[in-house]
Design a protein around this ligand. Structure first.
Ligand code: PLP
Length: 460
């Protein structure tokens, strides 16, 4: 394919994309495909001779869309959203065209400087104090891993990166059981070990108990462990739990421990001042992650990490080999702030998103989602045999339809029906159905479909 052909096919792809999005409501949110169907449609090996793009495109249309779960479907209420506002998709097309690498200022000056500006815009938008700076990662998992590695090195006075972990004291990190499994993954990858992630007890509202945190740290110190950091939950994945961030940070501070707040989902809601009491005290955190790709509308992937002081993270992750040394000073080389060297130009989609919708437009969407989720929860609570078990926490709630078997059977029927997509969770020993409202283009009517489908299918 040459660049003239690329122009032709890009236009075809743009038309296909517009038609695809316009037709999403006519599709089931999840395809009724069985495992192996797509694999069976593909040849065993790559072709030796070039194939015409016409045929490749036809095969794409024939094989792929009907075998995809449609994340941009307005009735996608499972997991958390991976949104893609049209303006952010457009920015991604331009980034794809430039196919750049934003590892150093020199390798992509505009990418670095727009990233600096977007960190500033988002910090202001979320109501965080001016001291915070930060960077954009691929995922919250990587941001949390970066924070955990920094906690480890700060506690070891950077002996880990120099000498390795063998012979070092046993470190301890603290989080509640409501935090995402990315925290467990981070302690495993960081060589701290699952057993050294202390799951601090929570109280009746599933928030970490600050007194229990203080007790766990004191007991570990007495036992000869070295506490290294606390990871706090601002909008847990299962039921949307929030720790009392300020109180827990105060405990961490008293023991000179670093803190990282995982607000991967709920962080987007903090552009609305009325939701900020949920993470009260966050301004004292060392590190905060939120995913604009979840609820704000930036196309996946886009995870923003705010840092009160980037110094410890850069000291942990940054390297300066001769082949990366450049003459410029006074601008960040963001690869030193993140795990991978190579970095995509993710800031452009934030720039397009924030300008095309404005903070007011984005706030209106999030407020609608929260209000519509509350209405859906009320309507589900009124369905005979249904019980709303948790929430709504912002726009996330869970419900049951009797015992575990009945709830799981209802979820299977909802899946097979295809009009809406919900996902499961377990909470306090019960199987529950989880509902979150956050798809960028969903309407009140789409959300009202949730209780309608549930009421219909609970009877069958
Ligand atoms: N933290 C929370 C609260 C999440 O809900 C998720 C994913 O849903 C993650 C972290 C991990 O996010 P990512 O897929 O960006 O690694």
């Amino acid at each position: 394919m040459n660049h003239d052909e690329l122009r032709h096919w890009s236009k075809r792809a743009a038309d296909w994309a517009a038609d695809y999005h316009a037709g999403l409501r006519q599709r089931p949110v999840r395809p009724p495909v069985q495992p192996g169907t797509v694999a069976a449609a593909l040849p065993e090996t790559a072709p030796e001779a070039p194939e015409p793009m016409e045929r490749i495109f036809e095969d794409f249309e024939r094989i792929v869309p009907d075998a995809m779960t449609h994340w941009q479907h307005p009735r996608f209420f499972a997991y958390f959203p991976a949104n893609a506002a049209p303006a952010s998709m457009l920015a991604e097309q331009l980034v794809n065209a430039m196919a750049c690498q934003a590892m150093l200022w020199q390798t992509s000056p505009a990418a670095t400087e727009i990233e600096m500006a977007m960190m500033r815009w988002l910090r202001e938008a979320l109501g965080l104090p001016p001291g915070f700076t930060g960077t954009i990662h691929d995922s919250a998992t990587t941001a949390t891993l970066s924070a955990v590695l920094t906690m480890r090195e700060r506690a070891l006075d950077w002996a880990g990166v120099e000498q390795g972990l063998s012979g070092q004291p046993r470190l301890r990190l603290y989080a509640s059981a409501e935090t995402h499994s990315s925290v467990d993954k981070a302690v495993r990858i960081a060589g701290i070990g699952q057993e050294n992630l202390v799951k601090v007890p929570t109280d009746h509202d599933h928030a970490m108990r600050p007194g229990a945190l203080a007790g766990a740290i004191a007991a570990d110190k007495a036992a000869g462990f070295v506490p290294a950091g606390v990871i706090l939950c601002a909008g847990g994945t299962s039921i949307g739990a929030f720790d009392r961030i300020g109180d827990c940070i105060a405990v961490a501070r008293a023991h000179d421990l670093m803190t990282h707040v995982d607000a991967a989902w709920a962080g987007s809601a903090m552009i609305c001042p009325e939701f900020r009491p949920l993470w009260q005290g966050v301004e004292a955190a060392d590190s905060i992650v939120f995913n604009p790709h979840k609820w704000l509308g930036a196309q996946f992937d886009c995870a923003v990490q705010f840092l009160a002081d980037p110094g410890p993270q850069v000291r942990t992750l940054g390297l300066n080999p001769a082949y990366l040394v450049t003459a410029e000073g006074g601008v960040p080389d963001y690869n030193a702030w993140t795990v991978p060297l190579g970095r995509r130009f993710r800031a452009l989609k934030l720039w397009f998103l924030l300008r095309a919708y404005g903070l007011d437009g984005l706030r209106a969407r999030i407020r609608n989602h929260v209000a519509w989720a509350a209405e859906a929860a009320r309507a589900i609570a009124d369905i005979p045999g249904c019980e709303v078990v948790t929430g709504p926490s912002l726009s996330l709630f869970t419900f049951a339809a009797g015992d575990d078997a009945a709830t799981e059977a209802l979820l299977k029927r909802i899946e097979a029906d295809g009009r809406i997509f919900l996902s499961p969770t377990r909470h306090e020993g019960r199987s529950l159905i989880r509902v979150q409202v956050g798809q960028f283009d969903c309407t009140a009517e789409d959300v009202a479909m949730i209780p309608r489908v549930v009421a219909e299918l609970i009877r069958t």
